[in-house]
Design a protein around this ligand. Structure first.
Ligand code: SAM
Ligand code: GLN
Length: 302
């Protein structure tokens, strides 16, 4: 019988041989998940695995060795301090997307972490209306709903499968009554203009998809990743419509690829003359969030 320590050493080596950089950490997460051991059990390492536990663990390690993301194997991912159920129907929420949520919360005078609340035109809004476009797992919509208890969030996606996952998450987090789920193409099915449009669209250029890590390319939904030839299709669809779907004084916030800020500035300058564009960097120092404000509302006569 293998002890915990032996099992971890074996699993870590097996993952390493298969090119998994986070081999030791992944082995530990999968062992804890599969066998329900405490941190103390794992730290001590001397308990022996039963035959059944050994078989279960080997099965999970074999899935990870084929690059299946840990989040799909264990069926969950943490985002904004909340646990989200995920499977292959949805993109695994990324840590850098938390910046998009934090910037949105700041606009409504709410904060996450220790930063002082900034004051913006929206901080007095008593009933914020927010749209999460391309909601996927619902990570953004649910986090915003949790932190902004008076907000109504419209969560849209083209994928019915993704909406089913997001809907379940909204129930699990007790915010289902404040999120309206809508299937449709980007902004086109939004029932009304809103104070903030938040969107992490697919933005990877089509030809880069084959070169992605296997974890992403072979397991995550292509519809969540591919942004067309140059990665900018979603922004090209959404930005011209912002003046129709934003309330006066409203904001749009987009996640972008690290090299897409200039293209977003150009799109905004072309379609939203006079709008202000701010770009924020993620923890790795890459341009990651674009905020568009001072959008002049469209003339309803036109
Ligand atoms: N919001 C989630 C997050 O940040 O983790 C998922 C973002 S994922 C990068 C992009 C999402 O946009 C996917 O759920 C995908 O199904 C959705 N999507 C792709 N094309 C769309 C379209 N034309 N209209 C609406 N949603 C779309
Ligand atoms: N950040 C994701 C990745 O690198 C891409 C997500 C997206 O296209 N919005 O895989």
């Amino acid at each position: 019988m293998l002890t915990i320590r032996d099992a971890l050493a074996w699993a870590s080596r097996r993952l390493e041989i298969n090119g998994i950089a986070s081999c030791a950490l992944d082995a530990r997460i999968l062992l804890r998940h599969a066998l329900g051991y405490s941190d103390l059990d794992v730290a001590r390492g001397t308990t022996s695995l039963s035959e059944e536990q050994d078989a279960t663990f080997r099965e999970l390690i074999s899935r990870r060795a084929q690059s299946e993301p840990v989040a799909y194997i264990i069926g969950k991912k943490e985002f904004m301090g909340l646990e989200f159920a995920v499977d292959q129907r949805v993109l695994v929420p990324r840590p850098e997307t938390e910046l998009l949520v934090e910037k949105t919360l700041a606009l409504f005078g709410s904060t996450y972490g220790s930063a002082p609340p900034p004051t913006t035109v929206l901080s007095d809004e008593s009933h914020p209306l927010i749209a999460d476009i391309g909601t996927g797992s619902g990570a953004i919509a649910v986090s915003l709903s949790k932190h902004l208890p008076r907000a109504t969030v419209y969560a849209t996606d083209i994928s019915a499968d993704a909406l089913a996952v997001a809907q379940e998450s909204s129930v699990a987090h007790d915010v289902a009554g404040r999120i309206v789920f809508i299937q449709g193409h980007f902004l086109q099915t939004l029932p009304r203009p809103v104070h903030a449009i938040v969107c992490n669209p697919p933005y990877i250029p089509q030809e880069e998809i084959t070169g992605l890590e296997r974890d992403v390319r072979d397991y995550e939904p292509t519809v969540a990743l591919s942004g067309g030839t140059d990665g900018l299709d979603a922004y090209r669809s959404i930005i011209p419509d912002l003046s129709t779907y934003l309330l006066p004084g409203g904001f749009a916030l987009f996640e972008i690829g690290f090299d897409q800020a200039a293209a977003l500035r150009a799109l905004a300058a072309r379609h939203l003359p006079g709008a202000r564009v701010d770009v924020y960097q993620d923890l790795a120092g890459f341009d990651r969030v674009v905020q568009v404000s001072q959008v002049v509302p469209a003339d309803p006569e036109n």
